[in-house]
Design a protein around this ligand. Sequence first.
Ligand code: FRU
Length: 494
Amino acid sequence: MEWTKEERYKRIEDVSSTYMTELVKKVNEGPYRQIFHIQPKTGLLNDPNGFSYYNGQYHLFYQWFPLGPVHGVKYWYHMVSNNLVDWEDHGIALEPDTKYDSHGVFSGTGFVKNDQLHLFYTGNTRTENWTRIPYQCHAVMGNDNYIKKSQNPLITGSPEGYTDNFRDPKIIEQNGRYYCIIGAETDSHEGAIAYYVSDDLEKWTYQRAIELKGNITSENQGFMWECPDYFELDHQGVLLFSPQGMTEEGDNYQNIYQSGYLLGNPLDFATGIFHVTENFKELDRGFDFYAPQTMTDPNGRQLLVGWLGLPGVDCATDEFGWAHCLTIPREISIQNGKLHQKPVSELSLLRGKKNTVEMELENEAVIAENFSARTYELQVTFSNLSGSSVGLSFRMGEKEVTNFYYDRIAKKLVFDRSQSGETATAEFGSIRKCDFSEEELDIQLFMDESSVEIFVNDGLEVFTSRLYSQVDHNQIQFYTKGHATVTAIQWEIN
Ligand code: FRU
């Protein structure tokens, strides 16, 4: 079904309560609802927003269009957790109800200061002839979780040299001053990150674009960088963003849009120079990952949550009135010049019944008969490897199967969802690969009703994807061409 502009800019109060009741019913009666991922109760979810720790709890918001599975006028929806696993639904946090955000409360971040959670977001507006004017806006949440928008925007429009694609503020404190980085498109259609400085979080002065220096070899940088994020870990600077418009290079950049990072020396906001030491790398190798956001928690962990979805792609759940979900929270580390992502340890709270298997495989494929759960965490170690490949099949029935394996000849990890069931985005291919050359293959995999997140060798590579298969086929099979010792644990998640 095509949605008209008018329909996309309807707000909740513009539709009848019957409309919403029927939509909820359609969502709940349809397949593919997730068990342990944050998902919208109706409509479309996109970027995580305002991920923060405030007043003793984790706060996570997300972009939401309530009325259907399309990108319409966006709200912020609020979830709260004590443990990053059980999320309490706090409903709508920010509505598109002022002249500075009339066409969407777009993405942004949370920043704790003076016992308040400051929310910074982009107010998207359109004039009558549909010219976009972005505003960077501010709201404050107190410890009663009540959110109040500031009356005036902090930043109006974009400075000279940038188009109206100017959004997704992130606040960083450095040497007693505040910096706001913003995703941007330059007039010559290159992706950029602009930044402002402030001494009080209220009055902001434009500085310049972050200048990348050093070991940058790629010209392939896209036309717009969305959702910038910056943090320091182990005395290194990490600049994370989601570029639009990169062209594919070999096995890289296969999705419609990318999401990745640069490593460098700590960014000096006084000069704006980011001395890059490691070139752009994708954060995820799967089909559905975009617009991640990080925060530092009280234990000093750098945590990341992403959108388990992408702009401009269809979802098999569209016909059931909803689309997309968020990833599980991950902890970031830097090892040998690469970001690693590991599921946060709290996720072990989800673990139910435990099943185990050990086997020596020699040119064979063996089904783990006692692994029959549909939603689970799986940990597998393939060691003592020889031969050409080793891997596993899951969600495996008569006709459907999903494969993940290590091709030891090509030195690649391969994720194949060509026979995984319903495909929503076949035009972007059904296989994803990345370079991999390790002695062992270690997998930690989270299978929900309609998504899989595969963490390989301590989070060195991650494959995040939706999987849409309805028939009850939950088997797991391990296989080799050559030899492998397989040790596997499955924890059922209900
Ligand atoms: C990324 C994005 C952001 C924007 C938001 C709108 O997916 O396009 O740049 O703020 O989504 O929903």
